[in-house]
Design a binder for this molecule. Structure first.
Ligand code: MRU
Length: 349
């Protein structure tokens, strides 16, 4: 058997005293890795979308907290733990919707509850951050394997935003089955929605899938219905930023539109997400905080103004797809469907 000759890019690399971060704002024009040395660098990188995608945000924040732990000069353990909690709260303000951010930060904070010294605390926190990243890679591969069972050779599958390798540790969630299909020589065709306002589909999904030689076709968001009908799209798969206890799912703005189209065309609509994206503490999607971002993202495209000065703008970065529109949620533990409240409770028991 020959080794497949394709590349799957990575966005976050831990260097012991700094983080190398793929600057996703510059893809596809420039492939540049930034060196983040402080917790402020990390906050800014997350807030300005240099790193984005729920699991990658969590991983970067975890390494940011690890950096702050290594740089902490506290002598007493109590002060060290208090500083870590404050830094956790600071990083948690960088973006509101993706629950992976607080999930990863809280995991690190909890890891140092029972340490005996500041030094042990530092080692433990770094180790935990490395684990968060390593586990995410394994989890994404499992999601890809489960998702692949839902497709047939030659299927045409639509997606939105970028739920790919650079949005995670590796492989991605919604894009993982396409990498695995490539490894197994199964032909699948991806139709990527460009994803206004900041074009994660056009800039990132096409870039990473083309490097892996996955067959990808770019469309603008308003071409989705026509494309489903005229190209015979078989199914839609998306990622998630937060999934409530009843399966309601927040993901990139425009996802809800695709779920409604899937229902209209009677094709399956799948969500792919790790357990770290679930928020079982909230009963339904109405409790998910939806980030509203700067008006400039809408009034400009890549820095070029396209709307009149002073126009009123509404710019929600995410929407919530109600559970009844979701055919299945693909996790590392398998695919949940039907009675989401019960199925999701079982996932966590
Ligand atoms: O604003 P972004 O680019 O962080 O939004 C990302 C998404 O909506 C992704 O689909 C989601 O985080 C899943 S990434 C595996």
């Amino acid at each position: 058997m020959t080794t497949p000759n394709f590349a799957i890019p990575r966005s976050v690399i831990w260097n012991d005293e700094s983080i190398s971060l793929l600057n996703q704002q510059k893809i596809p024009h420039v492939t540049e890795y930034l060196e983040l040395k402080t917790i402020q660098d990390v906050w800014e990188a997350i807030q300005s979308l240099k790193v984005r995608g729920a699991p990658a945000i969590g991983i970067t924040a975890a390494f940011g907290l690890a950096l702050s732990a290594l740089q902490d000069e506290a002598v007493s353990l109590v002060t060290f733990q208090e500083n870590i909690r404050k830094n956790r709260d600071y990083l948690a303000t960088s973006r509101p919707t993706a629950v992976n951010l607080v999930w990863a930060l809280d995991r690190l904070v909890n890891s140092i509850t029972h340490v005996k010294s500041v030094n042990e605390g530092k080692t433990t926190i770094v180790h935990e951050a490395i684990q968060v990243q390593a586990e995410d890679e394994a989890v994404c591969r499992l999601i890809g394997e489960h998702a692949l069972t839902l497709f047939n050779r030659g299927d045409k599958v639509m997606t939105i935003c970028n739920a790919g390798s650079i949005a995670t540790a590796k492989y991605g969630t919604a894009l993982a089955p396409f990498y695995l299909a490539k490894e197994k020589d199964i032909d699948l065709r991806v139709f990527a929605c460009e994803t206004r306002p900041v074009l994660q589909g056009a800039r990132l999904t096409t870039w990473e899938l083309m490097q892996a030689d996955v067959d990808v076709t770019l469309i603008t968001d308003n071409m989705a219905a026509h494309t489903i009908k005229s190209k015979g799209i078989n199914s839609i798969i998306v990622g998630a930023d937060r999934i409530a206890a009843n399966g309601d799912t927040a993901n990139k703005i425009g996802t809800f539109n695709l779920a409604l189209l899937a229902k209209a065309f009677n094709i399956p609509f799948y969500v792919a997400a790790p357990l770290s994206t679930f928020d079982p503490a909230i009963p339904d999607g109405s409790h998910i905080p939806i980030e509203e971002r700067d008006a400039e993202e809408v009034t400009t495209i890549q820095g070029v103004r396209t709307a009149p000065e002073g126009v009123k703008v509404f710019n929600p970065a995410f929407d919530v797809t109600p559970n009844e529109l979701i055919s299945g949620i693909i996790t590392e533990k398998g695919i949940v469907t039907g009675d989401y409240t019960t199925e999701i409770r079982n996932l966590f028991s």
